[in-house]
Design a protein around this ligand. Structure first.
Ligand code: BG6
Length: 472
C-alpha cells in the first residue's frame, strides 16, 4: 500500500523542455552545444570540445518543447492528472548567465518564481534539481568546469540564491542529476572535456570530488536557510546482475555497482567508501582533498536518496556475451528480459530489487524520480494515441514499488520521466517519447508544438486518484 501522502507526479528537466535558450538573459549551457546527430556522442563524451556552434548541425535544446512559454498550460494538464509533485530543474545559466557573476539575473528568478507559484496554485509540490546536465558554458570556458575547485563557490552561490529566493515555494531539492553520469558521459554529465594524453580518470574523479563537496555545501546552506528543506542526492540507478553464478561475473557485477554507488555512498553516508582507495590507486588517481572537505562531507549528508530507474543491468566477465543498450552505460544482454524500441531492457522486478538494495545500504527514505518507457507513438485517424505499451510498463513498475514498500522500504514519491514528451538526453530525439501528453514536434524541430492527451493520461489520473490501487 502506498502511504497516504505519497508524492505521485512526473518529471522533466529545464534543458530538455524549456527551450528559449537565450531568452531573458540566459547564458549558454553545455547542453546548448550538444547537437543532434552523429557528432552528439563525441561531444557528450568530452572527446570534441564544442568551442562554438557547428554549421549545419541542429541543436534540440534551443527550442525544446517551449515549456518556457507554455508552462501554465502544461502545469494545468499535470494538475488535471492529479499530480501531487512535479520534478523539474532550474537552469543555472538563467540565474547566473556565466555561472560566476556576483548578482543573479532577476528575470531568471522571476520565471521560476512564477512557475513554482503556478504549481502551488494546484497543490503540486515542486521537486527541484539544481543542476541537470547543464553547466554554464562560461564556467566550462573559464575553469574547465568541475576540474577546477573554483566551481564549488560558484555552485554554492547559485544554490544559496535558489534556497533564499524560492523559500516557501520549494521544499524538496536535488543537488545534481545522476551524479554518477560524469563517469560515463563526462561532458553532458559535468562539462568535462579532455586533452590528448590527459588521465581522464584523474579529471573525472577530481571533478567528482569537487561536485561532492559542492553538494554537501549546498545541503548545509539549504538546511541553514530553512531546516524544513529536504535535500537529496540522485543517481542513474539500476542494479547490476551477474550474468551467471560464475564468481567472476558476480565480482564484476559488484564492482560495476560500486563504480556508481561510490558517489551516493559519499552523499548518503558522509565519507568515501573503503573500496575507493583501491579504485583510485589502480586508476592512478590522486585526489586533491583540502582541509575541511572531509568534515563538510561528513556533516552534511542528504535527507533522502533518489534515483532514476529504467532497467536493471547485467555484467559478464566473458567479453563474447553480447551487449545491450541502456540508460547511459552499457551492460550485457539479459536473456530473460524483453527490450524497448531503443533496446533498453524492461525489468519491473529489477526496480523492487534496486529499491531494496538501496534501502538496505543507506537506510534513508527513497524517491524514484525517473522511470518510464521511451517509445514511438502513433496518432490514429481519430486523433487518439493509444499507448497501451506505456501503460503496461508503468503498471508493472508501480506494482513493483508497492511490493518494495511491503518489503519495508520507505518511499516518498514517484515521478515518471518525461510526463510530457521532451527531447531525449541520449539521442536528442523527440520521437523517443515518454509522455502522458504528446507534443507535436519531430526530430528535426518541425511541428506546431500543440499538446495532446494520450490514453495513458486518463490511466495515470486514475492511478493517482486511487493512490496506486487501480492499475487497469
Ligand atoms: C536520465 C536523465 O538519464 O534518463 C534524463 O536524467 C533522460 O535527462 C532520461 O532524459 C532518459 O534518457 P533518454 O536518453 O531516453 O532521454
Amino acid at each position: 500500500m502506498f502511504p497516504e501522502n505519497f508524492l505521485w507526479g512526473g518529471a522533466i528537466a529545464a534543458n530538455q523542455a524549456e527551450g528559449a535558450y537565450l531568452e531573458d538573459g540566459k547564458g549558454l549551457t553545455t547542453v546548448d552545444m550538444i547537437p543532434h546527430g552523429k557528432k552528439r556522442t563525441y561531444v557528450k563524451f568530452g572527446d570534441m570540445y564544442p568551442v562554438e556552434f557547428m554549421e549545419g548541425e541542429f541543436y534540440p535544446s534551443h527550442d525544446a518543447i517551449d515549456f518556457y512559454h507554455r508552462y501554465k498550460e502544461d502545469i494545468k494538464l499535470f494538475a488535471e492528472m492529479g499530480f501531487k509533485c512535479f520534478r523539474t530543474s532550474i537552469a543555472w545559466a538563467r540565474i547566473f548567465p556565466n555561472g560566476d557573476e556576483e548578482t543573479p539575473n532577476e528575470a531568471g528568478i522571476a520565471f521560476y518564481t512564477d512557475m513554482f507559484r503556478e504549481c502551488k496554485k494546484y497543490g503540486i509540490e515542486p521537486l527541484v534539481t539544481l543542476c541537470h546536465f547543464d553547466v554554464p558554458m562560461g564556467l566550462v570556458r573559464k575553469y574547465e568546469s568541475w576540474k577546477s575547485r573554483e566551481m564549488i563557490d560558484c555552485f554554492a552561490r547559485y544554490a544559496r540564491v535558489c534556497f533564499e529566493r524560492f523559500d516557501g515555494l520549494v521544499q524538496y531539492w536535488l543537488t545534481f542529476n545522476e551524479i554518477n553520469v560524469m563517469l560515463h558521459s563526462p561532458f553532458s554529465g559535468a562539462g568535462l572535456c579532455f586533452k590528448q594524453g590527459e588521465n581522464r580518470d584523474q579529471a573525472i574523479y577530481q571533478g567528482a570530488h569537487h561536485e561532492l563537496v559542492a553538494s554537501a555545501l549546498a545541503t548545509k546552506i539549504g538546511h541553514e536557510i530553512n531546516p524544513n528543506n529536504k535535500i537529496g542526492c540522485m543517481m542513474a540507478g539500476g542494479q547490476f546482475y551477474p550474468y551467471s553464478c560464475n564468481p567472476e561475473d558476480v565480482w564484476l557485477a559488484m564492482n560495476k555497482d560500486r563504480d556508481n554507488l561510490m558517489f551516493i555512498d559519499v552523499q548518503a553516508r558522509g565519507y568515501y567508501p573503503s573500496y575507493s582507495k583501491r579504485v583510485f590507486r589502480e586508476k592512478n588517481v590522486v585526489l586533491d582533498i583540502r582541509e575541511g572537505d572531509l568534515e563538510l562531507l561528513k556533516e552534511n549528508t542528504v535527507d533522502f536518496v533518489s534515483f532514476s530507474y529504467y532497467s536493471s543491468r547485467c555484467a559478464s566477465a566473458d567479453p563474447s556475451v553480447s551487449s545491450a543498450d541502456g540508460n547511459l552505460f552499457k551492460s550485457v544482454k539479459n536473456p530473460y528480459l524483453k527490450a524497448s524500441d531503443w533496446g533498453w531492457q524492461i525489468d519491473p522486478l529489477g526496480l523492487r530489487i534496486t529499491m531494496n538494495a538501496m534501502y538496505d545500504r543507506y537506510q534513508k527514505p527513497l524517491f524514484i524520480v525517473e522511470n518510464g518507457l521511451g517509445a514511438k507513438d502513433v496518432i490514429e485517424e481519430d486523433g487518439s494515441i493509444n499507448d497501451d505499451y506505456r501503460i503496461a510498463y508503468l503498471r508493472e513498475h508501480i506494482k513493483a514499488m508497492d511490493e518494495a514498500i511491503e518489503d519495508g522500504v520507505e518511499l516518498w514519491g514517484y515521478t515518471t520521466w518525461g510526463c510530457i514528451d521532451l527531447v531525449a538526453a541520449s539521442t536528442g530525439e523527440m520521437s523517443k517519447r515518454y509522455g502522458f501528453i504528446y507534443v507535436d514536434r519531430d526530430d528535426a524541430g518541425n511541428g506546431t508544438l500543440e499538446r495532446r492527451k494520450k490514453k495513458s493520461f486518463d490511466w495515470y489520473k486514475k492511478v493517482i486518484a486511487s493512490n496506486g490501487q487501480e492499475l487497469d
